[in-house]
Design a protein. Structure first.
Length: 82
């Protein structure tokens, strides 16, 4: 597994949030993972890049634009919300 501390960019941010808040549904991040029907433990077992890509694909499938925007912000940070 790569050294996440040395990584930067959206995958590193996502992975840090996944490890810290992924299983806590009281957080925006954990709630968003639950909303998508994803298992944070499964994502944590994956590489940071693949977990990020898998989650991004799942968010892109959301048809409600307001929900999609909220999920993007919660999961990928304010710079990803469009």
């Amino acid at each position: 597994m790569p050294d996440i501390a040395a990584s930067s960019g959206p995958e590193a941010y996502f992975h840090e949030q996944l490890v810290t808040n992924g299983e806590d549904v009281q957080t925006e991040f954990g709630s968003a993972i639950l909303t998508l029907g994803m298992n944070p433990r499964d994502l944590q077992q994956d590489t940071p890049e693949h977990a990020y890509q898998t989650t991004m694909r799942k968010v892109e499938e959301v048809t409600d634009e307001a929900l999609k925007r909220d999920l993007m912000r919660a999961l990928f940070g304010p710079t990803q919300a469009r």
